[in-house]
Structures are given as structure tokens and as C-alpha cells.
Design a protein around this ligand. Structure first.
Ligand code: 5GP
Ligand code: ZN
Length: 116
């Protein structure tokens, strides 16, 4: 998957609309189109990275940027106090459907493992 036709790269370029909840020079955060919880947002690097498996020693700080963005947004979206879930799916068995690294932020309801 090249950046040209990657769905999330197209969202970054505003070719596809999204409800943006966070943005800085490195990260975009936007609401998931099929929310699994009252608050469900995705945090993606503006630089195309296929998945968490591609993270190495050099790019690990970029993954940290996604977590910082998700934490800050959890506060802004009002779910920080009661808690929230950050999820990264990798590959087919991991449930990854979009091959552009993303961290899910889920909150606003209890999410007990494994049923939530
Ligand atoms: P994955 O299953 O790869 O971990 O998560 C991909 C997520 O992207 C899914 O939760 C799905 O609902 C979301 N998604 C897919 N297409 C779009 C879209 O066009 N816009 C937005 N905002 N989210 C999308
Ligand atoms: Zn991409």
C-alpha cells in the first residue's frame, strides 16, 4: 500500500473528510467512522507507516507521539478520569483493516476484557 492510495494518508491530505480531534506537525487524531464506544478516535502518524510491526529503534519515538496525542485527547474528550483503552491491531489476526499505523482511543463506557 503506497501513501498515494492509503485511506488514512488520504484523510491526512483532506481528500476524505473526517472529524479531527487532534493535530500537530506529526500526528492527526480523528473520530472513528464506526465508533465502538461513546469516545472512539484514531491517532495516526502523518508519515506513512504500515503498522506497529514496522516500528524500530529509530521510529519508536513516533509511536510515543501517538500515545501522547491519545492521552491529551482523552482529557479533552472527557474520558481521562474514569479511564480509557488504547488499542493497536497488527495484521489480519490482530484485526488490522487499514494498513497505516493507528492507535485507537476508546472510552466513555466500561470495557472489560474480553467482551468489550
Ligand atoms: P483497524 O481495524 O485497522 O484496527 O481499525 C481501522 C479503523 O478505521 C476501524 O475502526 C474503522 O471503523 C475505521 N475507519 C475505516 N474507514 C474509515 C474512514 O473512512 N473514516 C474514519 N474516520 N474511520 C474509518
Ligand atoms: Zn498511509
Amino acid at each position: 500500500m503506497s501513501a498515494a492510495n492509503c485511506l488514512f494518508c488520504r484523510i491526512i491530505r483532506r481528500e476524505i473528510p473526517s472529524e479531527v480531534v487532534y493535530e500537530n506537525e506529526k500526528v492527526l487524531g480523528f473520530r472513528d467512522i464506526r465508533p465502538q464506544a461513546p469516545v472512539h478516535a484514531l491517532f495516526i502518524p502523518k508519515k506513512h507507516v504500515a503498522g506497529v510491526r514496522e516500528i524500530d529503534g529509530q521510529s519508536a519515538p513516533e509511536f510515543g507521539d501517538l500515545v501522547l496525542a491519545a492521552n491529551e485527547s482523552a482529557s479533552k474528550l472527557g474520558v481521562s478520569g474514569k479511564g480509557y483503552r488504547l488499542v493497536v491491531n497488527q495484521g489480519a489476526d490482530g484485526g488490522q483493516t487499514v494498513d497505516h499505523l493507528h492507535v485507537h482511543l476508546l472510552g466513555g463506557r466500561p470495557m472489560a476484557w474480553p467482551t468489550g
